[in-house]
Ligand binder design. Structure first.
Ligand code: PEP
Length: 248
């Protein structure tokens, strides 16, 4: 049985007061059927960690370095995230792959470093519109997954995020997402050390309160990675409630 997980990726948004207020509103929910996680900007992790200290909401970094520590200006290492109370870290988000040159092998190295340091990596995979139009979706996702499966040894979460659906308002249909999630589960069963049935696979890409129910009703969708809608506490909590009711 896989417990639902809904993760808010706050990206590079908000002021310190905004994120404190958002964290405080989210922390007022009582949900035991869904795990809730938020990923604020690095500079606000400490403050959000304090706001969430007496809750069971998980805290995540939006990325981490593949290196331990040292002369890597602007980077944040996994140990620093652990220090600030993070339990998870997002790696391979398409914005990192697209704008910051994160290759499959770097994403794998980041995921491995995270797990060595005690963080659960949330590994993002997804195809571009061009790749989908050329019928290459499954091939691209398997390539991204296998790079990580080769190195990883502990528990991880996968987030399927079609690049064309992120921040565009165009979500994958539930059937499209289900097809890819089913493939991810099979790929994990064959190529990773985890039992595919235990693997939590989140869908991300324009999830909103309006489409959460239909997405979370799909058998292989175990929750969501939420960008835009996670910046509004009411929308985010509605999505969390959908997941609590419908996942599994
Ligand atoms: C994301 O960036 O992970 C994401 C899913 O964004 P949005 O929900 O805004 O599409």
């Amino acid at each position: 049985m896989r417990k639902a997980l809904v993760a808010g990726n706050w990206k590079m948004n908000g002021t310190i007061n905004d994120v404190r207020e958002l964290a405080s509103k989210i922390s007022q929910t009582e949900q035991d059927k869904v795990d809730i996680m938020v990923a604020p900007s690095f500079v606000y992790l400490h403050s959000v960690s304090e706001t969430l200290s007496k809750t069971n909401i998980f805290l995540a970094g939006q990325d981490c370095s593949e290196f331990d520590q040292g002369a890597f200006t602007g980077e944040t290492c996994a140990d620093m995230l652990v220090d600030l109370g993070c339990t998870h870290v997002i790696v391979g988000h398409s914005e990192r792959r697209q704008f910051f040159g994160d290759s499959d092998s770097r994403v794998a190295a980041k995921a491995r470093k995270a797990e060595i340091k005690g963080l659960c990596p949330i590994v993002c995979v997804g195809e571009t519109l061009e790749e989908r139009d050329r019928g290459r979706t499954i091939e691209v996702i398997e390539r991204q997954l296998c790079a990580v499966f080769k190195v990883i040894e502990n528990k991880f979460v996968i987030a399927y995020e079609p690049v064309w659906a992120i921040g565009t308002g165009k979500s994958a249909t539930p059937e499209m997402a289900q097809e890819v999630h089913e493939n991810i589960r099979q790929c994990a069963a064959v190529h990773s050390h985890v039992d595919g049935l235990d693997l939590r696979i989140l869908y991300g890409g324009s999830v909103k309160p309006d489409n959460a129910d239909e997405l979370f009703s799909m058998p292989d969708i175990d929750g969501g990675l939420i960008g835009g809608a996670s910046l509004d506490s009411e929308s985010f909590l509605k999505i969390c409630r959908s997941a609590a009711e419908l996942v599994n």
